[in-house]
Design a protein around this ligand. Sequence first.
Ligand code: ZN
Length: 344
Amino acid sequence: MKLNYREFFMQKMVIVLKPDDVEMSAKEFLSTYASYMDGVGMIGKGPTGYAMYPSRTAPVEEKHVQFFEEWVELTHALGIKSVIGMDLYTDTYFARDPKYITMTATGQKMEHQICPNRPEFWEYGAEVVKEIGSYPIEEILLFGTGFIRDHFCFCDRCRNDFAPLVNQEPNRLTYAYITENPEYHAKWHQWRSEKVHEGLTVLQAAAREADEATEREEPLRLAVEVLLDPETGLSEGGKKEYGYDYAKIGETTGNVLINLFPWSPLLPAKGTSQYTDLVESLYFTNEFTRRGGRASLFRWGVTTLEQVHELKALAKDAGIERIVTTFHYPSDYSRRRESAIGNY
Ligand SMILES: [Zn+2]
């Protein structure tokens, strides 16, 4: 894909790049485009689970290490706000481990995502946050922070933890058993959202530790990706489907990254009722900005200026200032989409 990068950087949005997007050295790329950038993003740990930097915790993508270190040093030296992407539960490396993988009630395993009910994995994520936070960067974008959808998770640990709350034997717990009783279903939502939030709290504490370990002037920010799609009921539906609690995210990191329409290719046209619904469902972000936090609109695979203008118009209508994009969809996109909205 040949894109005119200059045109995109001039739009004053944060583009999260992968090392492979930059077909030259970090120095060459940044000396060509730095003057157009206000901030720029780079993947630090992607959905493969591999780190681009010499991690002591995560497996390392050796071929990108030198590039990554040069990139963060140069962006800092040039005064460009550096943003680093980090996948959390979307981690193919850990999902290979049966102790971590998330699964459906019928035992179908999802090879791209691990179960959020894993305190030991929160600690792992916290180490990665501290490692990335040791570089002179401004912000970490945390991707994959929730459950795949309401039908998850039925791993042994989730069964053992949740079944007693609804008077059931762990091995007899089914999705139908939970959803047939509104009280149980509400408990399911509450319990899952608590797990998601406990994980975020551990990562936020790690960010504060990173502040203490470095001479950073501003605290390291953690932006929490939340998926917002009409297939999963926009922002209200997202609470139940993915386990988000926007108020708690506001209190904990004060920073939310709204992944717009991840499962639906087109944004609604201005003037339609779907557009009005979307703008209304973004109102919750006002609370973030009112408290001095940050809200950003994010989209995968933005490769035309028309898409950029469409996003900017929506952001303006929703009172959101910041736009973050990537040029690509995740490499395992079709699997993610199928698991999030397919039939189970
Ligand atoms: Zn689980």
